[in-house]
Design a protein around this ligand. Sequence first.
Ligand SMILES: O=C(O)C(=O)C[C@H](O)C(=O)CO
Ligand SMILES: [Zn+2]
Length: 276
Amino acid sequence: MENRYATNPQEAKHYTTEKLREEYLIELLFEDNKLHLTYSHEDRVVIGGAVPKDKVLKLDAGNFLKTAYFLERREIGIVNIGGNGVIMVGDMTYVLSTKEALYIGKGNKEVLFESRDIANPAKFYLVSTTAHQSYPTVKVSLDEAQPVHLGSDAESNKRTIYKYIHADGAKSCQLMLGMTILAPNNMWNTMPAHLHDRRMEVYLYFDLTEAGRVFHFMGQPHETRHLVVKNEQAMISPPWSIHSGVGTSNYTFIWAMAGENDSFADMEPVAMETLK
Ligand SMILES: O=C(O)C(=O)C[C@H](O)C(=O)CO
Ligand SMILES: [Zn+2]
């Protein structure tokens, strides 16, 4: 488990490119037969990737959490961005094809990951938050995820937001999670930008080509910075930061939030004139 402490905007505005990447970018999430986990002290979110190519992988944080098992005091949202895969939660088995999600509540002792096809392994993206009670384990497919169409061709931000784990979908203690798919020829996400100082957010960018890049924007509105992000890399967005990006082509991203409330609509728009 990699450990990342929380940062504040007074310090962050002095960071070099290298330091910004060290603090906010997770470069390696998906590696064959490995589980990669990062512990962010921003709302104590654990961000991870599991690729069970020809080996079953177990959700396990070693001794890091000082609990008997990973979900003893946590909940988790998982989205498969690879080939067909299987998640075993105790005696239950859930089959997830690409872009399907699973919420697993607090108290589930064993979670195992497996692929259906070694040639096209599952890639499970994981976001876990602390939890005070147990909600039922629920699978959510793309068509159950309440699509919301936003943006326009003129602004190059035409996109569809799918909500998986939220107040009116799969219930959770504090995790909110969904996916946004940009339409072909549209490159801007979350622009115009917004803030939600009550919740951190993490973005996983994918469906980019090997050479494709997303320029992710962060920082306070009057003090913005950018990071260049590759396919299948994640950005930790602190609660004081905008989170927006523009790609060299269209792409997909998974957003997940944790913190004070579970209202997706709790966000303050940032007026374009205030961005610097
Ligand atoms: O493209 C968008 O706009 C989003 O997907 C916004 C994220 O869902 C978000 O930032 C929610 O707070
Ligand atoms: Zn947001």
